[in-house]
Design a protein around this ligand. Structure first.
Ligand SMILES: [Zn+2]
Length: 452
């Protein structure tokens, strides 16, 4: 028998999400305190005493805790309050209206991640209402600044008040959505993240008159060469644990993809040939897989030149580099220097703008087992696979201090995958009300089961 969905929370979770969307927390500047205070008031209605802690003026984080009867294990339900900007004229609704129509809640943050803020808040409320007595503490933390690196949110909390949010286990965003393949749902649990490294490269040359190009040394040409080489470079393929398990899990469940993925698992060196073929039909999936198999280097900004008729003596480029668990920024730099070996090296300089290490949590834990078991109760035909995201979330801060973190916002993908992915940080972001109910139901059951 399937587990029962908690239909009774539909109105409450829907209106909580709409209210949160209406509080504009576009980052920059963030202004999360208003949302943090609103949540504190909402949670207080069920007797949950909250602290709103600001890292600086208007950058609020809201935290509350249900005390456990013994010490362990404890669990943090983590989320972020800020959202990325939205350009209203591109949308079919006002992105900060929290409108509900066609069975969806619309607005910036509907997926990333005010929906999960609302789901986690509802789970806390239900735990109190149902008088659940957990073994360890259950902590709720909705934080600032994730969309700009988290240094005014979780990064700041870990530095200044680690005891307030640290736990043995953390459930956060960054996974949990399903891949609907062959009529089945394959749910992901994010166990790993690549490390985000933004590298600035400066190229030098010597200036001259634009009418006699031969006498100058054009730095823009040098930078163009750097960008071309790095942009088209394919680093060596490396199967990290989470990705190996992901590919295995998906291969077991699908006939269409299965053979291709098994070939990649058996012989990673030929993965690109397979993915090139796959990309002709399924470009998004093929390129996502490719980015999971290696470090990537993407030129994202180039500037240079001061005037129409002056050959530029300086040019700089920014490269968004994503490294795999097990790789360091020094590995990255070594590799970049090898790729650029024949670009006049004395005329290049390298500087990291931001550098975050990759992170990974094990999947052989009691919490992972509870997640798997619970999903099968709700969706008997589903399977559950570890997953690595190519981006980064706040989980890395907590993995750094020893927490097992899972990206797990349970969501049954109910539109074509391509379309779904475009909504996150995109236009007409929305989540179905069905998925809000599904999210609360699954997460509540996991927390109750795991913590009692
Ligand atoms: Zn997010």
């Amino acid at each position: 028998m399937c587990a029962q969905l908690l239909h009774e929370v539909e109105k409450e979770v829907t209106s909580l999400l709409s209210d949160l969307i209406r509080i504009n927390t576009t980052n920059p500047p963030g202004n999360e305190t208003v949302a943090a205070q609103f949540l504190a008031e909402t949670l207080a209605k069920d007797g949950l005493k909250c602290e709103v802690i600001e890292s600086s003026s208007a950058r609020g984080n809201v935290i509350t805790r249900i005390k456990g009867t013994i010490e362990k294990p404890n669990l943090t339900l983590l989320s972020h309050l800020d959202v990325v900007p939205a350009v209203e004229k591109e949308w079919s609704v006002n992105p900060f209206s929290g409108t509900t129509k066609d069975g969806f809640v619309w607005g910036r943050g509907a997926l990333d991640m005010k929906s999960f803020v609302a789901i986690e808040a509802l789970v806390m409320k239900l735990l109190v209402r149902n008088g659940v007595k957990p073994k360890g503490d259950i902590i709720f933390a909705a934080t600032a600044d994730e969309e700009r690196g988290g240094n005014a949110g979780v990064g700041w909390l870990i530095k200044n008040h680690p005891e307030k949010i640290r736990a043995d286990y953390v459930i956060n965003e960054g996974g949990g959505e399903s891949f609907p393949i062959d009529g089945k749902h394959i749910f992901t649990v994010q166990t790993a993240e690549k490390g985000v490294n933004w590298l600035r490269i400066k190229a030098k040359g010597s200036p001259g008159h634009g009418s006699i190009p031969g006498i100058a040394d054009n730095a823009v040409l040098r930078m163009a060469e750097v960008a071309r080489k790095l942009g088209s470079y394919r680093s060596e393929i490396m199967l990290v644990n989470s990705v190996r398990q992901f590919l295995k899990g998906v291969a077991e469940e699908t006939t269409t993809l299965g053979n291709l993925l098994n070939t990649i698992l058996d012989n990673p060196a030929i993965a690109d040939n397979i993915l090139d073929e796959m990309a002709k039909k399924e470009k998004t999936i093929a390129e996502l897989l490719r980015a999971m198999l290696r470090m990537t280097i993407a030129p994202t900004m180039i500037k240079g030149g001061i005037k129409e008729n002056v050959i530029p003596s300086e040019s700089e480029g920014v490269f968004d580099c994503r490294i795999l668990p097990g790789q360091t920024k020094d590995d990255l730099l070594d590799e970049i220097k090898t790729v650029l070996a024949d670009v006049d090296f004395n005329k290049l300089s390298f500087e990291f703008i931001q550098s975050d290490a990759p992170s990974e949590s094990r999947s052989d834990t009691p919490l992972y087992k509870t997640i798997e078991k619970t999903l099968k109760e709700f969706e008997p035909n589903c399977s559950v696979v570890p997953y690595m995201v190519t981006g980064g979330t706040d989980s890395r801060f907590l993995r750094n201090v020893g927490s097992v973190c899972y990206g797990f916002h349970p969501l049954k993908t109910d539109m074509p995958l391509d379309e779904f992915w475009k909504l996150v940080h995109g236009i007409d972001e929305r989540i179905s009300i069905k998925n809000l109910v599904f999210g609360v139901s699954v997460l509540y059951r996991i927390v109750e089961e795991f913590m009692t």
